[in-house]
Design a protein around this ligand. Sequence first.
Ligand code: PEP
Length: 256
Amino acid sequence: MAGEKARPRPLVAGNWKMNGLRSALAEAKAVADALAARSAPCPADVLICPPATLVMVMSEILKGTPVAIGAQDCHTEVSGAHTGDLSAEILVDAGATAIIVGHSERRADHDETDNYVHAKQRAVLRSGCLSIVCIGETAGQRRAGQTLDVVVRQLERSLDEGSTSFNTVIAYEPVWAIGTGLTPTVEDVAEVHAAIRDRLTSRFGDEGLAMRILYGGSVKPQNARELMHVPNVDGALVGGASLKAADFLGIIAAYG
Ligand code: PEP
C-alpha cells in the first residue's frame, strides 16, 4: 500500500476524563511495568492523560518508563486572574508533555468553538507540549451526510499555522462513537482519515504527511487491531478502556 511506508510511529493515548483517585495510580503503574517487562521495545508511544490532580504525582512515579503523562485541557493564557483554570505552562511544570484540546465533551459542556480550540492549541504550542486536537461529527451530522464537511471545517479552524508533526496530533473522534460501544466501519474511518490527511498535506506539505491522526471512539482490545490498521490511522485516543491496565495494554498490543 503506497502510504504505508511513511507511517509515523503510532501513539496510543488514554483519556481518563473525570475519573481517577489516587488509588488509580496503580493502573498506570501496571501499564508502565508491563511495557518495561517486554523483551521487545514498546511498539507505540504511550500517553496517559489523567485528571489534572494526578498529573504531577503520575509523572513522578512514571519517570523513565515508556508511559508519558498528559493533560485533558488548558487555558489560553500563561497566567492571571482565571480562577479554577490551568495554563499549559502550569501543566508542563507539573510534568505534562501533551495536552488534549477540543475534546467533544469540552466543546459540548463548555461551548468551546473552533476559534477557542485554536487559541488553546496555540497555548499548547507556546508551552512546548504536544497538542492533541480533537475533531468529529455528531450522529445528526453523519445522518445528514455532513461528516467530511464538518471534520474538515473543524480541522481548518482549530489548527494553528505553527502546527508540525512534532507538536501536533489530530484525533478523529465521531461524537456518537464516544463511550457508546458504537464504532464506524473501517471503510468510514478510512474515508474520514484520508480526507484529514489530504487537508493536512495540502496545508502543511510533508509535515502534514507525517502528522499523526488518531482514531477515538469506543476503541477496545477486541476492535483495536482492525481499527489501528486502517490506512492513515496512526494510533488511538482511548477513553473508557484506558482506565484498566489490562484493556489499555490490549489496545497497545494491536501494534505487536
Ligand atoms: C474519548 O473520550 O476520547 C473516547 C474516545 O472515549 P471512549 O474510548 O470511552 O469512547
